[in-house]
Design a protein. Sequence first.
Length: 209
Amino acid sequence: MGKLVIMDHPLIQHKITLIRDEKTVTKDFRDLVQELAMLMAFEVTRDLPLKDVQVQTPVSLAKAKVLSGKTVGIIPILRAGLGMVDGILSLVPDAKVGHIGLYRDPDTLQPVEYYCKLPTDAQDRDMIIVDPMLATGGSAIGAIELLKGHGIKNIKLVCLIAAPEGVDAVQKAHPDVDLFIAALDEKLNDHGYIVPGLGDAGDRLFGTK
Protein backbone atom coordinates (compact mmCIF):
# COMPACT_ATOMS: atom_id res chain seq x y z
CA MET A 1 0.00 0.00 0.00
CA GLY A 2 1.30 3.42 -0.92
CA LYS A 3 1.79 5.79 1.97
CA LEU A 4 -0.23 8.90 2.70
CA VAL A 5 1.91 11.76 3.99
CA ILE A 6 0.21 14.85 5.41
CA MET A 7 2.89 17.51 5.85
CA ASP A 8 2.49 19.42 9.08
CA HIS A 9 5.64 21.55 8.92
CA PRO A 10 4.86 25.00 10.36
CA LEU A 11 5.96 26.86 7.20
CA ILE A 12 3.75 24.68 5.05
CA GLN A 13 0.75 25.12 7.32
CA HIS A 14 1.29 28.89 7.45
CA LYS A 15 1.38 29.19 3.66
CA ILE A 16 -1.66 26.91 3.25
CA THR A 17 -3.59 29.38 5.40
CA LEU A 18 -2.51 32.26 3.16
CA ILE A 19 -3.62 30.57 -0.07
CA ARG A 20 -6.99 29.74 1.47
CA ASP A 21 -7.67 33.42 2.17
CA GLU A 22 -9.96 34.87 -0.49
CA LYS A 23 -8.17 38.21 -0.10
CA THR A 24 -4.86 36.77 -1.37
CA VAL A 25 -4.28 38.31 -4.82
CA THR A 26 -3.20 36.40 -7.92
CA LYS A 27 0.52 37.23 -7.76
CA ASP A 28 0.80 36.32 -4.09
CA PHE A 29 -1.26 33.17 -4.63
CA ARG A 30 1.03 32.09 -7.47
CA ASP A 31 4.17 32.75 -5.41
CA LEU A 32 2.79 30.86 -2.42
CA VAL A 33 1.88 27.81 -4.52
CA GLN A 34 5.44 27.69 -5.86
CA GLU A 35 6.86 28.04 -2.35
CA LEU A 36 4.62 25.25 -1.06
CA ALA A 37 5.67 22.96 -3.89
CA MET A 38 9.32 23.63 -3.09
CA LEU A 39 8.86 22.94 0.61
CA MET A 40 6.93 19.73 -0.08
CA ALA A 41 9.59 18.59 -2.53
CA PHE A 42 12.05 18.12 0.34
CA GLU A 43 9.94 15.26 1.70
CA VAL A 44 8.83 13.92 -1.68
CA THR A 45 12.45 13.45 -2.81
CA ARG A 46 13.67 12.03 0.50
CA ASP A 47 14.29 8.56 -0.95
CA LEU A 48 16.30 9.58 -4.02
CA PRO A 49 19.39 7.34 -4.21
CA LEU A 50 22.87 8.65 -3.45
CA LYS A 51 26.38 7.51 -4.34
CA ASP A 52 29.72 8.20 -2.67
CA VAL A 53 32.20 10.57 -4.30
CA GLN A 54 35.29 12.51 -3.32
CA VAL A 55 35.55 16.26 -3.71
CA GLN A 56 38.54 18.54 -3.23
CA THR A 57 37.76 21.29 -0.73
CA PRO A 58 40.15 24.23 -0.18
CA VAL A 59 41.53 22.21 2.76
CA SER A 60 41.61 18.53 1.74
CA LEU A 61 39.75 15.71 0.05
CA ALA A 62 36.26 15.12 1.45
CA LYS A 63 34.08 12.06 1.23
CA ALA A 64 30.68 13.24 0.01
CA LYS A 65 27.48 12.11 -1.68
CA VAL A 66 25.67 13.06 -4.87
CA LEU A 67 22.43 11.95 -6.47
CA SER A 68 22.73 8.64 -8.26
CA GLY A 69 20.69 6.43 -10.51
CA LYS A 70 17.13 7.40 -11.30
CA THR A 71 16.34 11.04 -11.83
CA VAL A 72 13.11 12.97 -11.47
CA GLY A 73 10.30 13.87 -13.82
CA ILE A 74 7.56 16.37 -12.96
CA ILE A 75 4.12 15.91 -14.50
CA PRO A 76 1.64 18.74 -13.91
CA ILE A 77 -2.01 18.03 -14.59
CA LEU A 78 -3.14 20.94 -16.75
CA ARG A 79 -3.74 23.62 -15.99
CA ALA A 80 -3.47 24.22 -12.24
CA GLY A 81 -0.57 21.79 -11.85
CA LEU A 82 1.61 24.23 -13.81
CA GLY A 83 1.68 26.46 -10.74
CA MET A 84 3.70 23.89 -8.78
CA VAL A 85 6.37 23.05 -11.36
CA ASP A 86 8.82 25.92 -10.86
CA GLY A 87 8.87 25.39 -7.11
CA ILE A 88 10.10 21.82 -7.53
CA LEU A 89 12.49 22.75 -10.36
CA SER A 90 14.15 25.26 -8.04
CA LEU A 91 15.28 22.28 -5.94
CA VAL A 92 15.75 19.71 -8.70
CA PRO A 93 16.83 21.74 -11.74
CA ASP A 94 17.78 18.62 -13.72
CA ALA A 95 14.22 17.29 -13.58
CA LYS A 96 12.38 16.98 -16.88
CA VAL A 97 8.79 18.18 -17.21
CA GLY A 98 5.94 16.43 -19.00
CA HIS A 99 2.31 17.52 -19.25
CA ILE A 100 -1.01 15.74 -18.97
CA GLY A 101 -4.32 17.33 -19.97
CA LEU A 102 -7.62 15.77 -18.91
CA TYR A 103 -11.25 16.88 -19.00
CA ARG A 104 -14.31 15.31 -17.44
CA ASP A 105 -16.82 13.81 -19.86
CA PRO A 106 -20.18 15.45 -19.03
CA ASP A 107 -22.11 12.20 -19.58
CA THR A 108 -19.86 9.58 -18.00
CA LEU A 109 -18.07 11.98 -15.59
CA GLN A 110 -14.88 10.04 -16.39
CA PRO A 111 -11.58 11.79 -17.21
CA VAL A 112 -10.73 11.96 -20.91
CA GLU A 113 -7.19 12.60 -22.15
CA TYR A 114 -6.72 15.53 -24.51
CA TYR A 115 -2.95 15.98 -24.15
CA CYS A 116 -0.03 13.87 -22.98
CA LYS A 117 3.63 14.71 -23.56
CA LEU A 118 6.22 12.88 -21.48
CA PRO A 119 10.03 13.00 -21.33
CA THR A 120 11.62 10.53 -23.74
CA ASP A 121 13.30 8.73 -20.83
CA ALA A 122 10.23 8.78 -18.60
CA GLN A 123 10.47 5.06 -17.80
CA ASP A 124 13.86 5.67 -16.17
CA ARG A 125 12.67 8.47 -13.91
CA ASP A 126 10.80 8.80 -10.63
CA MET A 127 7.70 10.64 -11.82
CA ILE A 128 6.00 13.22 -9.60
CA ILE A 129 2.44 14.15 -10.62
CA VAL A 130 1.45 17.58 -9.30
CA ASP A 131 -1.97 19.17 -8.96
CA PRO A 132 -2.91 21.68 -6.23
CA MET A 133 -6.33 20.12 -5.50
CA LEU A 134 -7.36 16.49 -5.05
CA ALA A 135 -11.16 16.59 -5.10
CA THR A 136 -12.94 13.53 -6.52
CA GLY A 137 -9.63 11.98 -7.54
CA GLY A 138 -10.75 11.39 -11.12
CA SER A 139 -8.03 13.45 -12.80
CA ALA A 140 -5.29 12.07 -10.57
CA ILE A 141 -6.40 8.49 -11.19
CA GLY A 142 -6.52 9.16 -14.93
CA ALA A 143 -3.04 10.70 -14.92
CA ILE A 144 -1.59 7.77 -12.99
CA GLU A 145 -3.19 5.33 -15.41
CA LEU A 146 -1.66 7.24 -18.33
CA LEU A 147 1.81 7.02 -16.83
CA LYS A 148 1.44 3.34 -16.05
CA GLY A 149 0.26 2.79 -19.61
CA HIS A 150 3.62 4.18 -20.75
CA GLY A 151 5.47 1.64 -18.61
CA ILE A 152 6.28 4.00 -15.74
CA LYS A 153 6.40 2.23 -12.38
CA ASN A 154 7.71 4.79 -9.87
CA ILE A 155 4.97 7.39 -9.41
CA LYS A 156 4.18 9.86 -6.64
CA LEU A 157 1.22 12.23 -6.40
CA VAL A 158 1.66 15.65 -4.76
CA CYS A 159 -1.33 17.88 -3.96
CA LEU A 160 -1.71 20.88 -1.69
CA ILE A 161 -5.26 20.30 -0.45
CA ALA A 162 -7.25 17.07 -0.62
CA ALA A 163 -10.74 15.86 0.18
CA PRO A 164 -11.14 12.49 1.94
CA GLU A 165 -13.16 11.25 -1.04
CA GLY A 166 -10.27 11.93 -3.41
CA VAL A 167 -7.68 10.32 -1.15
CA ASP A 168 -9.82 7.18 -0.80
CA ALA A 169 -10.43 6.98 -4.54
CA VAL A 170 -6.73 7.28 -5.43
CA GLN A 171 -5.65 4.76 -2.81
CA LYS A 172 -8.23 2.24 -3.96
CA ALA A 173 -7.41 2.67 -7.66
CA HIS A 174 -3.63 2.84 -7.26
CA PRO A 175 -2.56 1.40 -3.90
CA ASP A 176 1.08 1.40 -5.01
CA VAL A 177 1.31 5.20 -5.40
CA ASP A 178 2.55 7.40 -2.54
CA LEU A 179 0.39 10.47 -1.91
CA PHE A 180 1.75 13.68 -0.40
CA ILE A 181 -0.60 16.46 0.71
CA ALA A 182 -0.37 19.57 2.86
CA ALA A 183 -3.95 19.57 4.16
CA LEU A 184 -6.74 16.99 4.38
CA ASP A 185 -10.02 18.92 4.34
CA GLU A 186 -13.53 18.08 5.51
CA LYS A 187 -15.43 16.93 2.42
CA LEU A 188 -16.66 17.68 -1.10
CA ASN A 189 -19.78 19.78 -1.55
CA ASP A 190 -22.58 19.05 -4.03
CA HIS A 191 -20.64 20.83 -6.79
CA GLY A 192 -17.46 18.81 -6.27
CA TYR A 193 -15.55 21.61 -4.54
CA ILE A 194 -13.36 20.86 -1.54
CA VAL A 195 -14.73 22.28 1.74
CA PRO A 196 -13.30 24.54 3.09
CA GLY A 197 -10.71 24.36 0.29
CA LEU A 198 -9.61 27.53 -1.48
CA GLY A 199 -11.94 27.77 -4.48
CA ASP A 200 -10.73 27.04 -8.01
CA ALA A 201 -6.92 26.81 -7.93
CA GLY A 202 -6.56 27.35 -11.69
CA ASP A 203 -8.65 30.51 -11.67
CA ARG A 204 -6.74 31.88 -8.70
CA LEU A 205 -3.36 31.07 -10.25
CA PHE A 206 -4.09 32.61 -13.61
CA GLY A 207 -6.59 35.35 -12.73
CA THR A 208 -9.48 33.83 -14.64
CA LYS A 209 -13.09 33.13 -13.76
